[in-house]
Write a protein that binds this ligand. Sequence first.
Ligand code: C2O
Ligand code: CU
Length: 581
Amino acid sequence: MKRIIISTLTLLSISLTQNTLIIPDTLSGTDLNLTLQNGTFSFYEGISTTTMGANGNILGPTLIMNNGDFVDIKVTNQLADTTTIHWHGMHVSSENDGGPHTTIAPGVTWNPKFSVLDKAGTYWYHPHLHEKTNLHVSKGIAGFIIVRDSEEAALNLPRTYGIDDFPLVFQTKTFDSNKEIVVPSNADSVLMVNATINATLDVPAQVVRFRLLDGSSQRVFNIGLSDNRSFSQIGSDGGLLESSNTVTRLQLAPGERAEVLIDFSSMEGETISLMSYASEFGNGIYGATYPGMGTGITMDGYNPNVLNGNDFSLIEFKVVSPTSNPITSIPETLVAVTPLLESDVDTTRSFTLSAVAMGPNALNGDFLINGASFKMDEINEIIPLNNTEIWSITNQSPIAHPFHIHDVQFYILDRDGVKPSKAEAGRKDVVLVNPQETVRFITEFRDFADDAVPYMYHCHMLTHEDQGMMGQFIVVDMLASVDEFPLIAKEFSLHPSYPNPFNPKTIIKYELSQPGLVALTIYNISGQEVATLVKESQSMGVYKSYWSGKNDIGRDMPSGIYFYTLKMNGESRTRKMVLMR
Ligand code: C2O
Ligand code: CU
Protein backbone atom coordinates (compact mmCIF):
# COMPACT_ATOMS: atom_id res chain seq x y z
CA MET A 1 0.00 0.00 0.00
CA LYS A 2 2.69 2.43 1.05
CA ARG A 3 4.68 1.65 -2.06
CA ILE A 4 1.79 2.54 -4.33
CA ILE A 5 1.33 5.92 -2.67
CA ILE A 6 5.02 6.79 -3.03
CA SER A 7 4.98 5.79 -6.70
CA THR A 8 1.96 7.97 -7.38
CA LEU A 9 3.65 10.94 -5.76
CA THR A 10 6.74 10.36 -7.84
CA LEU A 11 4.72 10.22 -11.04
CA LEU A 12 2.97 13.41 -10.00
CA SER A 13 6.19 15.29 -9.45
CA ILE A 14 7.56 14.01 -12.75
CA SER A 15 4.61 15.42 -14.61
CA LEU A 16 4.81 18.72 -12.74
CA THR A 17 8.47 19.63 -13.00
CA GLN A 18 10.15 18.40 -16.13
CA ASN A 19 13.57 19.58 -17.08
CA THR A 20 15.08 19.60 -20.53
CA LEU A 21 17.89 17.06 -20.69
CA ILE A 22 21.34 18.57 -20.40
CA ILE A 23 23.53 17.39 -23.26
CA PRO A 24 27.26 17.72 -22.50
CA ASP A 25 29.34 19.77 -24.93
CA THR A 26 31.82 17.94 -27.10
CA LEU A 27 35.59 18.25 -27.29
CA SER A 28 37.25 16.83 -30.37
CA GLY A 29 40.59 16.94 -32.12
CA THR A 30 43.84 15.53 -30.80
CA ASP A 31 44.70 18.24 -28.26
CA LEU A 32 42.21 18.01 -25.47
CA ASN A 33 42.06 20.09 -22.32
CA LEU A 34 40.18 19.13 -19.21
CA THR A 35 40.08 21.27 -16.10
CA LEU A 36 38.78 19.63 -12.96
CA GLN A 37 37.06 22.18 -10.79
CA ASN A 38 34.84 22.76 -7.83
CA GLY A 39 31.50 24.27 -8.65
CA THR A 40 27.89 24.67 -7.76
CA PHE A 41 24.94 23.36 -9.66
CA SER A 42 21.16 23.65 -9.34
CA PHE A 43 19.77 20.14 -9.40
CA TYR A 44 16.69 21.71 -7.82
CA GLU A 45 15.38 25.05 -9.02
CA GLY A 46 16.69 27.91 -6.93
CA ILE A 47 18.90 25.69 -4.78
CA SER A 48 22.64 25.58 -5.21
CA THR A 49 24.52 22.32 -4.55
CA THR A 50 28.29 21.96 -4.16
CA THR A 51 29.65 19.93 -7.06
CA MET A 52 32.75 18.98 -9.01
CA GLY A 53 33.03 18.96 -12.77
CA ALA A 54 35.38 18.95 -15.73
CA ASN A 55 35.34 22.19 -17.73
CA GLY A 56 32.19 23.19 -15.86
CA ASN A 57 30.20 22.70 -12.72
CA ILE A 58 29.00 19.16 -13.28
CA LEU A 59 29.99 16.12 -15.40
CA GLY A 60 32.40 16.91 -18.25
CA PRO A 61 32.49 17.34 -22.01
CA THR A 62 32.05 14.36 -24.31
CA LEU A 63 35.43 13.60 -25.86
CA ILE A 64 35.23 12.58 -29.50
CA MET A 65 38.21 10.51 -30.63
CA ASN A 66 39.03 8.65 -33.81
CA ASN A 67 40.64 5.26 -33.88
CA GLY A 68 44.26 5.78 -34.91
CA ASP A 69 44.48 9.34 -33.55
CA PHE A 70 47.34 10.22 -31.26
CA VAL A 71 45.74 12.29 -28.54
CA ASP A 72 47.48 14.68 -26.17
CA ILE A 73 45.32 15.42 -23.14
CA LYS A 74 46.02 18.03 -20.51
CA VAL A 75 44.15 17.38 -17.29
CA THR A 76 44.50 20.32 -14.92
CA ASN A 77 43.44 19.79 -11.35
CA GLN A 78 41.87 22.90 -9.87
CA LEU A 79 40.15 20.98 -7.10
CA ALA A 80 41.34 21.35 -3.53
CA ASP A 81 41.94 17.59 -3.48
CA THR A 82 44.32 15.23 -5.26
CA THR A 83 42.57 13.09 -7.84
CA THR A 84 43.16 11.03 -11.00
CA ILE A 85 41.36 10.62 -14.31
CA HIS A 86 40.89 7.13 -15.76
CA TRP A 87 39.85 6.42 -19.37
CA HIS A 88 37.43 3.61 -18.59
CA GLY A 89 37.40 0.85 -21.20
CA MET A 90 40.24 2.21 -23.32
CA HIS A 91 43.30 0.19 -24.19
CA VAL A 92 46.11 2.52 -23.10
CA SER A 93 49.44 2.01 -21.34
CA SER A 94 49.26 1.86 -17.56
CA GLU A 95 51.03 5.20 -17.13
CA ASN A 96 48.34 6.82 -19.29
CA ASP A 97 45.50 4.86 -17.70
CA GLY A 98 44.89 7.22 -14.79
CA GLY A 99 44.59 4.61 -12.05
CA PRO A 100 45.15 5.36 -8.36
CA HIS A 101 48.95 5.56 -8.71
CA THR A 102 48.81 8.31 -11.31
CA THR A 103 47.74 11.09 -9.00
CA ILE A 104 47.24 14.71 -9.99
CA ALA A 105 47.91 17.04 -7.07
CA PRO A 106 45.96 20.29 -6.78
CA GLY A 107 47.32 22.86 -9.22
CA VAL A 108 49.09 20.26 -11.33
CA THR A 109 48.48 19.35 -14.97
CA TRP A 110 48.73 15.71 -16.00
CA ASN A 111 49.53 15.10 -19.65
CA PRO A 112 48.74 11.62 -20.93
CA LYS A 113 49.41 11.00 -24.61
CA PHE A 114 48.29 7.88 -26.40
CA SER A 115 47.14 6.34 -29.64
CA VAL A 116 43.47 5.52 -29.76
CA LEU A 117 43.48 1.77 -30.37
CA ASP A 118 39.87 1.12 -29.45
CA LYS A 119 37.01 0.19 -31.69
CA ALA A 120 34.19 2.65 -32.26
CA GLY A 121 32.14 2.66 -29.11
CA THR A 122 31.15 4.45 -25.95
CA TYR A 123 33.74 4.77 -23.22
CA TRP A 124 33.94 7.16 -20.31
CA TYR A 125 36.30 8.97 -17.97
CA HIS A 126 36.12 9.43 -14.23
CA PRO A 127 38.35 10.00 -11.19
CA HIS A 128 40.02 6.95 -9.62
CA LEU A 129 41.81 8.10 -6.48
CA HIS A 130 42.10 5.29 -3.96
CA GLU A 131 39.37 5.60 -1.33
CA LYS A 132 37.93 8.70 -3.00
CA THR A 133 36.62 7.49 -6.34
CA ASN A 134 33.07 7.54 -5.06
CA LEU A 135 33.41 11.04 -3.63
CA HIS A 136 34.82 12.58 -6.81
CA VAL A 137 32.43 10.76 -9.14
CA SER A 138 29.36 11.35 -6.98
CA LYS A 139 30.20 15.04 -6.63
CA GLY A 140 29.98 15.17 -10.38
CA ILE A 141 33.12 14.33 -12.36
CA ALA A 142 32.39 11.92 -15.21
CA GLY A 143 32.25 12.27 -18.97
CA PHE A 144 31.66 10.27 -22.11
CA ILE A 145 34.26 9.29 -24.68
CA ILE A 146 32.94 8.46 -28.13
CA VAL A 147 35.39 6.62 -30.34
CA ARG A 148 34.74 6.56 -34.07
CA ASP A 149 36.29 4.28 -36.67
CA SER A 150 35.89 3.40 -40.35
CA GLU A 151 34.02 0.18 -39.66
CA GLU A 152 31.32 2.06 -37.77
CA ALA A 153 31.34 4.92 -40.30
CA ALA A 154 30.47 2.45 -43.07
CA LEU A 155 27.19 1.55 -41.36
CA ASN A 156 23.97 3.46 -41.87
CA LEU A 157 23.65 4.54 -38.24
CA PRO A 158 22.57 7.77 -36.57
CA ARG A 159 25.70 9.62 -35.46
CA THR A 160 24.92 13.33 -35.30
CA TYR A 161 25.65 14.22 -31.70
CA GLY A 162 22.75 15.90 -29.93
CA ILE A 163 20.47 15.48 -32.97
CA ASP A 164 19.96 11.74 -33.48
CA ASP A 165 22.76 10.43 -31.24
CA PHE A 166 22.51 11.17 -27.52
CA PRO A 167 24.64 10.19 -24.52
CA LEU A 168 22.61 9.31 -21.42
CA VAL A 169 24.37 8.75 -18.10
CA PHE A 170 22.09 7.37 -15.39
CA GLN A 171 23.06 8.27 -11.86
CA THR A 172 21.34 8.09 -8.53
CA LYS A 173 22.49 10.28 -5.68
CA THR A 174 21.66 11.02 -2.07
CA PHE A 175 20.95 14.60 -1.01
CA ASP A 176 20.83 15.87 2.56
CA SER A 177 18.25 18.40 3.76
CA ASN A 178 20.40 21.26 2.41
CA LYS A 179 20.48 19.51 -0.95
CA GLU A 180 24.15 18.69 -0.65
CA ILE A 181 25.35 15.37 -2.10
CA VAL A 182 26.01 12.71 0.54
CA VAL A 183 28.90 10.29 -0.08
CA PRO A 184 29.00 7.39 0.58
CA SER A 185 25.36 6.50 0.90
CA ASN A 186 23.02 3.59 0.36
CA ALA A 187 20.03 5.95 0.33
CA ASP A 188 20.35 7.16 -3.26
CA SER A 189 16.74 7.99 -4.06
CA VAL A 190 17.30 10.79 -6.58
CA LEU A 191 17.60 9.67 -10.17
CA MET A 192 19.16 11.91 -12.77
CA VAL A 193 20.17 11.62 -16.40
CA ASN A 194 23.07 13.83 -17.50
CA ALA A 195 22.65 15.60 -14.13
CA THR A 196 19.04 16.41 -15.04
CA ILE A 197 16.33 15.36 -12.59
CA ASN A 198 12.98 14.51 -14.27
CA ALA A 199 14.59 14.77 -17.66
CA THR A 200 12.68 15.20 -20.88
CA LEU A 201 14.08 15.19 -24.40
CA ASP A 202 12.61 16.02 -27.80
CA VAL A 203 13.54 13.26 -30.22
CA PRO A 204 12.94 13.27 -33.98
CA ALA A 205 10.43 10.80 -35.46
CA GLN A 206 13.07 8.46 -36.88
CA VAL A 207 15.70 5.98 -35.66
CA VAL A 208 17.62 7.57 -32.79
CA ARG A 209 20.77 6.29 -31.14
CA PHE A 210 21.36 6.43 -27.40
CA ARG A 211 24.65 5.74 -25.66
CA LEU A 212 23.66 4.49 -22.23
CA LEU A 213 26.02 4.55 -19.28
CA ASP A 214 25.36 3.48 -15.72
CA GLY A 215 27.43 6.09 -13.91
CA SER A 216 25.89 5.38 -10.51
CA SER A 217 27.89 4.53 -7.45
CA GLN A 218 26.00 1.30 -6.90
CA ARG A 219 22.63 1.03 -8.65
CA VAL A 220 21.79 -1.48 -11.37
CA PHE A 221 19.11 -0.54 -13.94
CA ASN A 222 16.73 -2.75 -15.89
CA ILE A 223 16.04 -0.66 -18.95
CA GLY A 224 12.92 -0.84 -21.09
CA LEU A 225 10.35 1.38 -22.81
CA SER A 226 7.12 2.37 -21.03
CA ASP A 227 4.87 0.63 -23.58
CA ASN A 228 7.15 -2.41 -23.56
CA ARG A 229 7.93 -2.08 -27.24
CA SER A 230 11.22 -3.53 -28.34
CA PHE A 231 14.37 -1.60 -29.20
CA SER A 232 17.70 -2.60 -30.68
CA GLN A 233 20.92 -2.96 -28.77
CA ILE A 234 23.79 -2.38 -31.20
CA GLY A 235 26.74 -2.06 -28.84
CA SER A 236 28.12 -3.19 -25.51
CA ASP A 237 31.03 -1.83 -23.42
CA GLY A 238 33.78 -2.04 -26.02
CA GLY A 239 32.03 -1.42 -29.32
CA LEU A 240 29.38 -2.64 -31.70
CA LEU A 241 27.83 -6.09 -31.61
CA GLU A 242 27.97 -8.50 -34.52
CA SER A 243 24.28 -7.86 -35.24
CA SER A 244 21.41 -5.89 -33.77
CA ASN A 245 19.94 -7.41 -30.66
CA THR A 246 16.19 -6.86 -30.39
CA VAL A 247 15.16 -6.62 -26.75
CA THR A 248 12.52 -5.25 -24.43
CA ARG A 249 14.87 -5.16 -21.42
CA LEU A 250 18.54 -4.41 -21.02
CA GLN A 251 20.35 -4.61 -17.71
CA LEU A 252 23.03 -2.02 -16.96
CA ALA A 253 25.30 -2.25 -13.92
CA PRO A 254 27.70 0.44 -12.69
CA GLY A 255 30.37 1.14 -15.30
CA GLU A 256 28.57 -0.69 -18.11
CA ARG A 257 27.58 0.91 -21.39
CA ALA A 258 25.19 -0.06 -24.14
CA GLU A 259 24.35 1.58 -27.44
CA VAL A 260 20.71 1.25 -28.47
CA LEU A 261 18.54 2.35 -31.37
CA ILE A 262 14.91 3.30 -30.83
CA ASP A 263 12.65 3.69 -33.84
CA PHE A 264 10.36 6.69 -33.25
CA SER A 265 9.39 6.86 -36.97
CA SER A 266 5.64 6.46 -36.60
CA MET A 267 5.35 8.25 -33.26
CA GLU A 268 5.39 11.96 -34.04
CA GLY A 269 3.42 13.83 -31.37
CA GLU A 270 3.60 10.94 -28.91
CA THR A 271 5.38 10.69 -25.58
CA ILE A 272 7.18 7.61 -24.30
CA SER A 273 9.45 7.00 -21.33
CA LEU A 274 12.61 5.04 -20.91
CA MET A 275 12.11 3.12 -17.70
CA SER A 276 13.99 1.04 -15.21
CA TYR A 277 11.89 -2.00 -14.37
CA ALA A 278 13.51 -2.63 -11.02
CA SER A 279 10.44 -4.54 -9.78
CA GLU A 280 11.62 -7.39 -12.02
CA PHE A 281 14.94 -7.80 -10.23
CA GLY A 282 15.36 -10.88 -8.10
CA ASN A 283 16.94 -10.51 -4.67
CA GLY A 284 20.67 -9.92 -4.56
CA ILE A 285 20.99 -6.88 -6.84
CA TYR A 286 21.45 -3.29 -5.75
CA GLY A 287 18.15 -1.83 -6.96
CA ALA A 288 15.93 -4.76 -5.95
CA THR A 289 13.74 -4.60 -2.87
CA TYR A 290 16.24 -6.91 -1.17
CA PRO A 291 19.83 -6.21 -2.21
CA GLY A 292 21.03 -9.47 -0.63
CA MET A 293 20.15 -13.00 -1.60
CA GLY A 294 17.85 -13.44 1.37
CA THR A 295 15.14 -11.18 2.72
CA GLY A 296 16.78 -10.95 6.13
CA ILE A 297 19.86 -9.20 4.85
CA THR A 298 20.05 -5.57 3.86
CA MET A 299 22.35 -2.56 3.81
CA ASP A 300 22.40 0.38 6.18
CA GLY A 301 20.14 3.11 4.82
CA TYR A 302 18.97 1.05 1.84
CA ASN A 303 15.25 0.86 2.55
CA PRO A 304 12.84 2.53 2.29
CA ASN A 305 13.76 4.00 -1.08
CA VAL A 306 11.21 4.70 -3.79
CA LEU A 307 13.61 3.37 -6.42
CA ASN A 308 14.27 -0.03 -4.80
CA GLY A 309 12.16 -2.78 -6.27
CA ASN A 310 9.90 -0.31 -8.08
CA ASP A 311 9.57 0.62 -11.73
CA PHE A 312 10.46 4.23 -12.45
CA SER A 313 10.99 6.55 -15.39
CA LEU A 314 14.54 7.45 -16.36
CA ILE A 315 13.70 9.99 -19.04
CA GLU A 316 10.69 11.01 -21.07
CA PHE A 317 10.93 11.32 -24.85
CA LYS A 318 8.65 13.69 -26.77
CA VAL A 319 8.63 12.71 -30.41
CA VAL A 320 8.85 15.74 -32.72
CA SER A 321 9.21 16.11 -36.48
CA PRO A 322 12.02 14.22 -38.19
CA THR A 323 15.27 15.80 -39.34
CA SER A 324 15.94 16.40 -43.04
CA ASN A 325 18.02 13.25 -43.59
CA PRO A 326 16.64 10.80 -41.10
CA ILE A 327 17.85 7.27 -40.58
CA THR A 328 14.70 5.19 -40.86
CA SER A 329 15.92 1.62 -40.63
CA ILE A 330 17.96 -0.46 -38.23
CA PRO A 331 20.83 -2.41 -39.78
CA GLU A 332 20.75 -6.11 -39.05
CA THR A 333 24.44 -6.86 -39.52
CA LEU A 334 26.93 -4.63 -37.72
CA VAL A 335 30.62 -5.50 -37.35
CA ALA A 336 32.79 -8.59 -37.33
CA VAL A 337 33.36 -9.82 -33.79
CA THR A 338 36.07 -12.43 -33.34
CA PRO A 339 36.04 -13.77 -29.81
CA LEU A 340 39.25 -15.30 -28.51
CA LEU A 341 39.56 -19.06 -28.46
CA GLU A 342 39.82 -21.16 -25.34
CA SER A 343 42.38 -23.28 -27.16
CA ASP A 344 44.76 -20.28 -27.20
CA VAL A 345 44.69 -19.79 -23.44
CA ASP A 346 48.04 -19.60 -21.62
CA THR A 347 46.76 -19.16 -18.07
CA THR A 348 43.52 -19.35 -16.12
CA ARG A 349 43.22 -17.21 -13.02
CA SER A 350 40.52 -17.58 -10.42
CA PHE A 351 39.08 -14.84 -8.28
CA THR A 352 36.59 -14.99 -5.44
CA LEU A 353 34.42 -12.09 -4.35
CA SER A 354 33.46 -12.27 -0.71
CA ALA A 355 32.12 -10.25 2.20
CA VAL A 356 34.12 -9.83 5.41
CA ALA A 357 31.02 -10.02 7.60
CA MET A 358 28.71 -12.99 7.75
CA GLY A 359 24.95 -13.04 8.18
CA PRO A 360 22.65 -10.02 8.20
CA ASN A 361 25.56 -7.56 8.24
CA ALA A 362 27.35 -8.98 5.20
CA LEU A 363 26.27 -6.23 2.82
CA ASN A 364 27.77 -3.42 4.84
CA GLY A 365 31.26 -4.38 3.77
CA ASP A 366 34.09 -4.65 3.43
CA PHE A 367 34.27 -6.87 0.39
CA LEU A 368 37.36 -8.78 -0.66
CA ILE A 369 38.87 -10.19 -3.82
CA ASN A 370 40.63 -13.50 -3.23
CA GLY A 371 40.28 -12.90 0.48
CA ALA A 372 42.30 -9.69 0.43
CA SER A 373 41.69 -6.00 0.60
CA PHE A 374 43.45 -3.64 -1.82
CA LYS A 375 46.91 -2.44 -0.90
CA MET A 376 48.54 0.30 -2.94
CA ASP A 377 51.99 -1.30 -2.70
CA GLU A 378 51.08 -4.91 -3.39
CA ILE A 379 50.89 -6.39 -6.87
CA ASN A 380 48.28 -9.16 -6.94
CA GLU A 381 48.80 -10.58 -10.41
CA ILE A 382 51.75 -10.60 -12.77
CA ILE A 383 50.76 -11.20 -16.36
CA PRO A 384 53.24 -12.05 -19.11
CA LEU A 385 52.84 -9.80 -22.13
CA ASN A 386 50.88 -11.42 -24.96
CA ASN A 387 49.18 -13.88 -22.63
CA THR A 388 45.70 -15.02 -23.51
CA GLU A 389 43.91 -15.74 -20.25
CA ILE A 390 40.67 -16.92 -18.77
CA TRP A 391 39.58 -15.13 -15.64
CA SER A 392 37.07 -17.05 -13.59
CA ILE A 393 35.19 -14.88 -11.10
CA THR A 394 33.15 -16.54 -8.35
CA ASN A 395 30.87 -14.45 -6.21
CA GLN A 396 30.64 -15.94 -2.72
CA SER A 397 28.87 -12.91 -1.30
CA PRO A 398 25.10 -12.33 -1.18
CA ILE A 399 25.06 -9.32 -3.58
CA ALA A 400 25.89 -8.96 -7.29
CA HIS A 401 29.17 -7.15 -8.03
CA PRO A 402 30.10 -5.52 -11.35
CA PHE A 403 33.65 -6.76 -11.97
CA HIS A 404 35.78 -4.41 -14.07
CA ILE A 405 39.26 -4.77 -15.47
CA HIS A 406 41.50 -2.04 -16.88
CA ASP A 407 43.66 -2.30 -20.02
CA VAL A 408 41.61 -4.88 -21.90
CA GLN A 409 38.22 -5.77 -23.30
CA PHE A 410 37.04 -9.32 -22.71
CA TYR A 411 34.53 -11.82 -24.02
CA ILE A 412 32.29 -13.60 -21.54
CA LEU A 413 32.65 -17.37 -22.00
CA ASP A 414 29.90 -18.45 -19.65
CA ARG A 415 27.87 -17.79 -16.53
CA ASP A 416 27.75 -20.96 -14.45
CA GLY A 417 28.58 -22.85 -17.60
CA VAL A 418 25.87 -21.22 -19.70
CA LYS A 419 26.87 -19.15 -22.73
CA PRO A 420 26.13 -15.42 -22.44
CA SER A 421 23.04 -13.85 -23.98
CA LYS A 422 23.44 -11.84 -27.18
CA ALA A 423 23.47 -8.67 -25.07
CA GLU A 424 26.73 -9.84 -23.48
CA ALA A 425 28.32 -11.61 -26.44
CA GLY A 426 30.37 -8.61 -27.57
CA ARG A 427 33.37 -6.79 -26.15
CA LYS A 428 33.00 -6.08 -22.44
CA ASP A 429 34.98 -4.50 -19.64
CA VAL A 430 32.44 -4.85 -16.84
CA VAL A 431 30.43 -7.93 -15.96
CA LEU A 432 27.85 -8.17 -13.21
CA VAL A 433 28.60 -11.35 -11.27
CA ASN A 434 25.48 -12.52 -9.45
CA PRO A 435 25.55 -14.00 -5.94
CA GLN A 436 26.90 -17.58 -5.93
CA GLU A 437 27.62 -17.36 -9.65
CA THR A 438 30.86 -18.04 -11.54
CA VAL A 439 31.53 -15.97 -14.62
CA ARG A 440 34.39 -16.89 -16.92
CA PHE A 441 35.77 -14.46 -19.47
CA ILE A 442 38.62 -14.61 -21.94
CA THR A 443 40.98 -11.77 -22.78
CA GLU A 444 44.47 -11.05 -24.03
CA PHE A 445 47.17 -8.74 -22.69
CA ARG A 446 48.89 -7.12 -25.64
CA ASP A 447 50.84 -3.94 -26.34
CA PHE A 448 51.62 -2.51 -22.92
CA ALA A 449 54.20 -4.00 -20.60
CA ASP A 450 55.20 -1.88 -17.63
CA ASP A 451 56.47 -3.29 -14.38
CA ALA A 452 56.32 0.07 -12.64
CA VAL A 453 52.69 1.15 -12.99
CA PRO A 454 49.98 -1.43 -12.34
CA TYR A 455 46.52 -1.71 -13.84
CA MET A 456 43.45 -2.23 -11.64
CA TYR A 457 40.65 -4.74 -11.50
CA HIS A 458 37.83 -4.06 -9.11
CA CYS A 459 34.17 -3.98 -8.26
CA HIS A 460 32.62 -0.96 -9.98
CA MET A 461 30.24 -0.34 -7.09
CA LEU A 462 32.24 2.66 -5.97
CA THR A 463 31.54 2.13 -2.29
CA HIS A 464 32.98 -1.38 -2.57
CA GLU A 465 35.96 -0.21 -4.64
CA ASP A 466 36.79 2.49 -2.09
CA GLN A 467 36.51 -0.07 0.72
CA GLY A 468 39.23 -2.11 -0.99
CA MET A 469 37.40 -4.46 -3.35
CA MET A 470 40.19 -4.01 -5.86
CA GLY A 471 43.40 -5.65 -6.96
CA GLN A 472 46.20 -4.72 -9.31
CA PHE A 473 48.24 -6.39 -11.99
CA ILE A 474 51.32 -5.61 -14.01
CA VAL A 475 51.99 -6.80 -17.50
CA VAL A 476 55.58 -7.90 -17.92
CA ASP A 477 57.53 -8.38 -21.12
CA MET A 478 59.93 -11.15 -20.14
CA LEU A 479 61.89 -11.13 -23.35
CA ALA A 480 62.52 -7.40 -23.18
CA SER A 481 63.75 -7.75 -19.59
CA VAL A 482 66.31 -10.32 -20.62
CA ASP A 483 67.50 -8.27 -23.56
CA GLU A 484 68.10 -5.24 -21.40
CA PHE A 485 70.22 -7.26 -19.08
CA PRO A 486 73.88 -6.22 -19.22
CA LEU A 487 76.40 -8.95 -19.85
CA ILE A 488 79.54 -8.47 -17.87
CA ALA A 489 82.71 -9.99 -19.11
CA LYS A 490 85.04 -12.40 -17.29
CA GLU A 491 85.37 -11.24 -13.71
CA PHE A 492 81.79 -11.26 -12.77
CA SER A 493 78.88 -12.14 -14.91
CA LEU A 494 75.21 -12.74 -14.63
CA HIS A 495 73.79 -14.92 -17.30
CA PRO A 496 70.75 -13.67 -19.08
CA SER A 497 69.63 -17.13 -19.94
CA TYR A 498 67.49 -17.53 -16.86
CA PRO A 499 63.99 -16.28 -16.72
CA ASN A 500 62.76 -12.96 -15.66
CA PRO A 501 60.19 -12.76 -14.06
CA PHE A 502 61.90 -14.21 -11.10
CA ASN A 503 59.95 -16.86 -9.34
CA PRO A 504 60.60 -19.28 -6.52
CA LYS A 505 62.23 -21.68 -8.94
CA THR A 506 64.46 -19.14 -10.60
CA ILE A 507 68.17 -19.73 -10.55
CA ILE A 508 70.63 -16.91 -10.49
CA LYS A 509 73.89 -18.01 -12.07
CA TYR A 510 77.17 -16.24 -11.93
CA GLU A 511 80.66 -17.02 -13.06
CA LEU A 512 83.80 -16.21 -11.17
CA SER A 513 87.34 -16.34 -12.37
CA GLN A 514 88.62 -16.71 -8.82
CA PRO A 515 87.14 -17.76 -5.46
CA GLY A 516 85.55 -15.21 -3.20
CA LEU A 517 82.54 -14.12 -1.29
CA VAL A 518 79.43 -13.34 -3.27
CA ALA A 519 76.56 -11.45 -1.70
CA LEU A 520 73.04 -11.39 -3.03
CA THR A 521 70.81 -8.67 -1.64
CA ILE A 522 67.17 -8.18 -2.50
CA TYR A 523 65.38 -4.87 -2.18
CA ASN A 524 61.67 -4.16 -2.46
CA ILE A 525 60.30 -1.52 -4.78
CA SER A 526 60.80 1.19 -2.17
CA GLY A 527 64.45 0.25 -1.83
CA GLN A 528 64.22 -1.49 1.53
CA GLU A 529 66.42 -4.53 1.96
CA VAL A 530 64.30 -7.63 2.36
CA ALA A 531 66.89 -10.42 2.14
CA THR A 532 70.63 -10.88 1.99
CA LEU A 533 72.52 -14.04 1.34
CA VAL A 534 76.30 -14.43 1.27
CA LYS A 535 77.95 -17.48 -0.23
CA GLU A 536 81.55 -18.40 -0.41
CA SER A 537 82.61 -19.63 -3.81
CA GLN A 538 85.87 -21.52 -3.46
CA SER A 539 86.64 -23.17 -6.76
CA MET A 540 89.37 -21.95 -8.97
CA GLY A 541 88.68 -20.89 -12.48
CA VAL A 542 85.30 -20.28 -13.88
CA TYR A 543 82.91 -21.18 -11.19
CA LYS A 544 79.20 -21.64 -11.44
CA SER A 545 76.90 -21.59 -8.54
CA TYR A 546 73.33 -20.67 -7.97
CA TRP A 547 70.78 -19.70 -5.50
CA SER A 548 67.53 -21.43 -5.68
CA GLY A 549 64.83 -19.03 -4.62
CA LYS A 550 62.76 -21.90 -3.41
CA ASN A 551 65.23 -22.72 -0.68
CA ASP A 552 67.04 -19.54 0.00
CA ILE A 553 65.11 -16.47 -0.93
CA GLY A 554 61.71 -15.36 -2.02
CA ARG A 555 59.94 -17.88 0.15
CA ASP A 556 58.16 -15.32 2.28
CA MET A 557 58.14 -12.45 -0.15
CA PRO A 558 54.81 -11.43 -1.70
CA SER A 559 54.50 -11.17 -5.47
CA GLY A 560 55.85 -7.90 -6.71
CA ILE A 561 58.73 -5.96 -8.14
CA TYR A 562 62.13 -6.28 -6.50
CA PHE A 563 65.71 -5.45 -7.25
CA TYR A 564 68.58 -7.76 -6.60
CA THR A 565 72.22 -6.88 -6.35
CA LEU A 566 75.11 -9.27 -6.66
CA LYS A 567 78.34 -8.06 -5.10
CA MET A 568 81.75 -9.64 -5.46
CA ASN A 569 85.23 -8.22 -5.03
CA GLY A 570 83.89 -4.69 -4.83
CA GLU A 571 81.97 -4.99 -8.04
CA SER A 572 78.22 -5.06 -8.10
CA ARG A 573 75.43 -5.52 -10.58
CA THR A 574 71.79 -4.70 -9.96
CA ARG A 575 68.85 -5.99 -11.84
CA LYS A 576 65.10 -5.62 -11.53
CA MET A 577 63.14 -8.78 -10.98
CA VAL A 578 59.55 -9.79 -10.75
CA LEU A 579 58.52 -12.33 -8.17
CA MET A 580 55.54 -14.42 -9.16
CA ARG A 581 53.56 -16.64 -6.89
CU1 C2O B 1 35.54 2.85 -14.32
CU2 C2O B 1 38.74 1.25 -12.52
O1 C2O B 1 37.13 2.09 -13.39
CU1 CU C 1 30.97 -4.90 -5.17
